[in-house]
Design a protein around this ligand. Structure first.
Ligand code: ADP
Ligand code: MG
Length: 364
């Protein structure tokens, strides 16, 4: 009993003046006792679904202070009801959402972010290092300077110095590479990618906020990918970047052939610029714009069941035709390794981040 009180005091001090519920504070205390963090500081961000706090870890051996960020998902909210569309159809979450149990739902959500982050981090994509997860509390590496200032979101980043236009163009190309690597190596579509969920420092883009990211076999993954491409394109166009058509980018991201490393990916994007068909006059420019718009709204099948005349299309691809099929690369994948013949809908691609090994300590 006395120990409990002492723990409670310690938790109160370590979490300073935060308005956190008792359950959350106990989780933080446990993390402190296990050495994930030493102190929890003020909120870096307060959002609808989660708050992000700064934290530090004092390394007693080296005397160093290591910065951490802690994302605490809010457990008593209704915003999560919309989240179902990301979970439904995800083979990793076969149990689906139990809408009656908010706490469980939020825990699932934090777990999803943690797992996705692990994949992205393992692939070498700049992002917070996933450190620890307990229920709805996620500890990760801090993206910011040594004084504890978080890097700005891309939206708020100041790009100055020589040739600002060139720098913006480089960032655009860098981001296309990250999207491709995320798709090809991590097998993930971000699904909420925009200038708000990218941090910027010294020419490098960091991907954050990946709780809603889905695998390519999610029924709506390509819809989410097109949304991501649109957000990214709109933002960089506003910065004056001459962007590539969505159709071209879609192929760049989803086509398995080609490198997934820099500088090869940036070189591949430059080739796309060079081989790009540029409009000869205003009429043609308008036509290309319409084409882009059509692509954005086009129906892209993702599974064998969704391809209407799959046999005919596959045959055409076999004959070296059908290049106009927007899903030709996906279709080729399907023909070689049909994903939906495994009975339970499990993906057959090697996935080191398997269900049984999330690395997370989950007590429920
Ligand atoms: P939300 O779901 O509220 O959008 P995010 O994951 O996007 O949550 O985080 C919200 C904000 O917190 C980000 O815009 C960023 O400013 C900050 N943030 C999140 N993770 C980190 C981190 N690892 N390091 C530094 N700042 C972070
Ligand atoms: Mg966000």
């Amino acid at each position: 009993k006395q120990d409990d009180d002492k723990d409670k005091d310690k938790a109160d001090r370590a979490t300073s003046e935060q308005v956190l519920d008792q359950r959350t504070r106990m989780i933080l205390l446990q993390m402190i006792n296990r050495g994930s963090v030493s102190e929890v500081h003020g909120a870096i961000s307060t959002g609808k679904e989660a708050n992000v706090y700064g934290a530090v870890l004092h390394d007693d051996k080296s005397g160093d202070t290591i910065q951490r960020a802690i994302k605490v998902y809010k457990t008593a909210i209704l915003v999560f009801k919309d989240r179902e569309r990301y979970i439904t159809g995800e083979h990793r979450f076969k149990g689906g959402f139990d809408k009656g149990n908010n706490r469980k739902m939020v825990k699932l959500w934090a777990e999803k972010e943690y797992r996705n982050l692990r994949r992205i981090y393992a692939a070498g994509i700049p992002c917070p290092e996933p450190i620890n997860l307990k229920l709805h509390v996620l500890v990760m590496g801090f993206l910011g300077d040594r004084k504890g200032w978080a890097y700005p979101r891309l939206r708020d980043a100041t790009i100055d110095g020589d040739d600002v236009d060139q720098q913006w163009r480089n960032l655009y190309i860098q981001l296309l590479g990250l999207m491709r690597k995320m798709y090809q190596v991590c097998r993930l579509v971000h699904a909420d990618l925009s200038e708000y969920n990218i941090l910027y420092n010294k020419g490098t883009l960091y991907i954050i906020d990946v709780s809603q990211s889905v695998e390519p076999d999610h029924p709506r993954s390509l819809e989410f990918l097109r949304m991501d491409m649109k957000n990214v394109g709109d933002f960089f166009r506003r910065q004056g970047v001459d962007t590539l058509p969505d159709r071209t980018i879609f192929h760049f991201i989803t086509a398995p052939a080609g490198s997934v490393e820099e500088p090869a990916m940036a070189a591949a994007v430059e080739l796309l610029y060079e081989s790009r068909h540029t409009a000869a006059d205003e009429d043609e420019a308008a036509e290309l714009e319409v084409d882009n718009e059509v692509f954005r709204n086009q129906y892209i099948p993702q599974t064998l069941e969704q391809v209407y005349d799959m046999e005919k299309d596959a045959q055409r691809l076999g004959n070296g035709e059908g290049g106009e099929l927007v899903y030709s690369n996906l279709l080729a994948d399907q023909v070689v390794a049909p994903k939906h013949q495994h009975g339970n809908g499990e993906q057959s691609t090697s996935d080191s981040d398997s269900d049984s090994d999330s690395g997370a300590e989950l007590s429920e």
